[in-house]
Design a protein around this ligand. Structure first.
Ligand code: NDP
Length: 498
């Protein structure tokens, strides 16, 4: 099949890059080229920002209710177009159909939720001394930039786009060059729903060129990035020079903490789900299994048995449970960590190899991987691997589990597994992380704040806080008195100026 050609999505339509250059998108399950995409650079970012600046006054002038109606339509159109969107997402990143169908089916909720926020958001009337009416308005920021990764191309983008739209902003998106197509399909969906041309623009390209041009642009008002921690630091420093507000959802090293009152089958099911979904390529991946020493051996034995049963294969097949990694580069990176783990003295209890056979020859497949005998200071237990690798670490006391869980530079997510309600909350309160599940993992909702402590990021996605972070507050102070106020008159009346 011929690779389809895609332009940049600017001002409601596709166009070639100013340079005329293109790049190719590869299917990581078989190496086939699935698309030839216009490669945006600084000149294209400039055009996209100009289009967004023209559209901003139109979009921001609509009432919240009008924006809410359009966003609800976008939710309905997305439901209709899901089958296509799911197939293309699978082609770009190789995640199994059962994962992408389940994940993308939820995206309309983001447009419905934030559409409802646009429709219902109330401003405040804060107290103010004296005879005054004092109120606040939340107004949009203007043109905002979104820089997104490849692991959940459309989910992560939607988490940024829905609140931006609800608040009345216009935007320019720089998606990962590994997964630029579904972000452009979102442009088609928004256009059909009635979002004016130019409100939503996508400039596919590379981080060092298009990403840099967007994040260093002086006329964006916010830069919202999901990516690695080093990228986040670099981008925040650049945007900060222009006093551009930054939100950053960055790396993680999530722990799955299993207390001994958790039945072994439940502990194992939890770990498989936390660690191996998306071939481990998620920021909240359960990369460390902290398990109470009394059940450690039973959990490891069962984990190895169940991991060996995971069906690896063609991600388009509904039967497949684990697809390839997203790219040769990502698999190389994970394989390097497997070697590091062995050199550090951890025991490779399962996996770490490429599955054998003709079906896997052209794809970037890697087995689910389990390390035991891991100590918390090892590099494999400290650094983000971003692959299907779980490090099992035993603990004896609750305090020790909390200390190990908190003992990395990251602070994104943790799951706690226990039937003891007091312990569940106590441990949650002691954790330094932005997202904590008790007896669950990976769960997300458009209404529930998502983001990290420490080196896992700044700002929050989802929930009212995300909407508010896409606005700025205007305070309006109205003097209700008819008396003439004259500070300089010597008329004996009491004066106040604050
Ligand atoms: P990267 O940090 O490599 O890239 C993220 C995005 O930033 C890409 O679009 C990339 O472009 C772009 N970029 C890279 N360098 C620059 C730059 N100097 N200026 C502007 N843009 C730049 O991350 P990955 O795409 O590899 O995604 C994996 C990372 O994302 C992991 O570390 C993971 O933890 C994190 N992540 C965090 C999540 C969260 O919610 N906290 C969720 C999902 C992932 P290009 O593709 O061309 O490099």
């Amino acid at each position: 099949m011929m690779a389809k050609t895609w332009g940049l999505f600017i001002d409601g339509d596709y166009r070639p890059a100013v340079s005329g250059r293109t790049f190719q998108v590869e299917n990581p399950s078989n190496g086939a080229i699935v698309a030839d995409v216009a490669e945006g650079g600084a000149a294209d970012i400039e055009q996209a920002i100009a289009a967004a600046e023209r559209a901003f006054p139109i979009w921001s002038a609509l009432s919240g209710a009008e924006r809410g109606d359009i966003m609800q339509r976008a939710a309905e159109i997305m439901k209709r177009r899901l089958p296509d969107v799911v197939s293309i997402e699978i082609e770009q990143i190789g995640r199994p159909r059962r994962e992408m169908a389940a994940q993308l089916a939820r995206l309309p909720e983001w447009f419905s939720y934030f559409g409802a926020v646009a429709r219902t958001h109330e401003d405040t009337v804060p107290p103010f001394a004296g005879s005054y009416l004092n109120y606040t308005r939340r107004v949009p920021l203007g043109v905002v930039g979104h820089v997104t990764p490849w692991n959940h191309p459309l989910l992560i983008l939607t988490k940024k786009v829905a609140p931006s739209l609800a608040a009345g902003n216009a935007m320019v998106v720089k998606p990962s060059e590994l997964a630029p197509i579904t972000p452009m399909l979102l442009g088609e969906i928004l256009k059909e729903a009635g979002v004016p041309d130019g409100v939503y623009n996508v400039v596919p390209g590379f981080g060092a060129t298009a990403g840099l041009a967007l994040s260093s642009h002086p006329r964006i008002r916010k830069l919202d990035l999901t990516g690695g921690t080093e990228t986040g630091k670099a981008v925040a420093a650049i945007a900060g020079k222009n006093l551009v507000k930054v939100a950053a959802e960055l790396g993680g090293k999530a722990a799955v903490i299993v207390f001994p009152d958790t039945p072994v089958p439940q502990a194992v099911a939890a770990t498989l789900f936390a660690s191996f979904i998306a071939s481990g390529q998620t920021c909240v991946q359960g990369s460390r299994l902290l398990v109470h020493r009394s059940i450690h051996d039973d959990v490891v034995a069962e984990l190895v048995r169940r991991a060996a049963d995971i069906r690896i294969g063609d991600p388009q097949s509904a039967e497949t449970q684990m697809g390839p990694m997203v790219s040769a580069k990502q698999r190389d990176l994970v394989e390097r960590y497997v070697r590091i783990g062995v050199e550090e003295g951890a025991r490779l209890a399962y996996g770490g190899r490429r599955p054998e056979g003709e079906a896997f020859a052209k794809g970037y497949y890697l087995q689910p991987t389990i390390f035991t005998n891991v100590s918390p200071e090892m590099r494999i237990a400290q650094e983000e691997i971003f692959g299907p690798v779980v490090c099992v670490i035993p603990f004896d006391t609750e305090e020790e589990a909390v200390a190990i869980a908190n003992g990395t530079p990251f602070g994104l997510a943790t799951s706690i597994w226990t039937r003891d309600i007091a312990r569940g909350h106590r441990v949650a309160h002691a954790l330094q992380c932005g997202i904590t599940w008790i007896n669950d993992h990976h769960r997300i909702d458009p209404a529930s704040p998502w983001g990290g402590f420490k080196m896992s990021g700044i700002g929050r996605e989802n929930g009212l806080v995300a909407y508010e972070e896409y606005t700025q507050i205007q305070n309006i102070i109205v003097n209700l008195s008819d008396t003439v106020f004259d500070w300089y008159a010597d008329d004996g009346t009491p004066k106040r100026y604050s």
